[in-house]
Design a protein around this ligand. Sequence first.
Ligand code: ACO
Length: 334
Amino acid sequence: KGCKLIGCGSAVPSLKISNDDLAKVVDTNDEWISVRTGIRNRRILSGKESLTTLAVEAALKALEMAQVDVDDVDLILMCTSSPDDLFGSAPQVQKALGCKRNPLAYDITAACSGFVMGLVSAACHIRGGGFKNVLVIGADALSRFVDWTDRGTCILFGDAAGAVLVQACDSEDDSLLAFDLHSDGDGNRHLNAAFKESETDELGSNGSVLGFPPRRASFSCLQMNGKEVFRFAVRVVPQSVEAALAKAGLPASSIDWLLLHQANQRILDGVSSRMQIPSEQVISNLANYGNTSAASIPLALDEAVRSGKVKPGHTIAAAGFGAGLTWGSTIFRW
Ligand code: ACO
């Protein structure tokens, strides 16, 4: 069995925050942020917007482009690390989409690599599980976990959602050509938003004889060693894309577009120069949206498809990398 990508869509919150806006809340400035990261604006959830509303908007656009009815979707994979519900957002997306046949819907948590993991999972479900129409949604609202007093991290992130519709097809039309996925828990110390017990809590008391009930707990803000994450990305991403290309039996010169997780323009430049891929073939939209985690690849893909940059038959090497640490690549034809 083969699978092909037949539709994409994206959605961003209405509230736009510029570098100048950020300079009003932390000690930073437009020049520092633009030069070091390439980011100029980001979108942040506000009002009645939620991750679910963004995901649904992106999914409906993908379904419209694919000309697939919502009731023909048999699997929804929601790639996110910042769900509306700790137990998972995918079933809420299923309900909000109005799917009458209750397709299977679950979350995939792999930070900024989430969408690539989701795309590969969709292909495995189609090839091995008999699924026909799979919605892969990458959506994150890291604004929920950013420390807005930490100028080293809060300038980087934005909220968004992107989606693709992956459909089963005959093997000769297979357009998901190869993949290469990795994780390394040792690097977790460089990038995390860890679970932590509260220091004081009247509800529980670990000091009691039983150490029970447990203290109330929450997740801490995102912590990052930017330099380590930067070095990690520039080292592993070219290796992973090259491994995926080798599995597909394709040379790097056959790629029409390099579509990397949009973390930092200097990472995009570092990876493309190591791979000797001209900058005109590197998709970049992070100036407008910052790092939108699992949403960044489908958001950039959607913009590139709708603007006519990415055309039917083009070969795309997409790579995600981020917390976990996790990273991975896929080679697919649009
Ligand atoms: N504005 C002004 N000055 C700043 C800011 C800011 N926003 N942030 C840091 N600085 C200062 C620092 O205090 C430091 O000052 P000092 O030299 O007086 O000590 C100086 O600028 C340099 O700081 P560095 O942290 O060394 O700057 P660097 O060049 O490494 O850039 C950055 C930092 C942009 C975070 C970079 O390391 C990076 O982008 N790393 C990759 C991060 C990334 O992509 N993470 C996401 C992965 S995806 C995921 O899964 C979430």
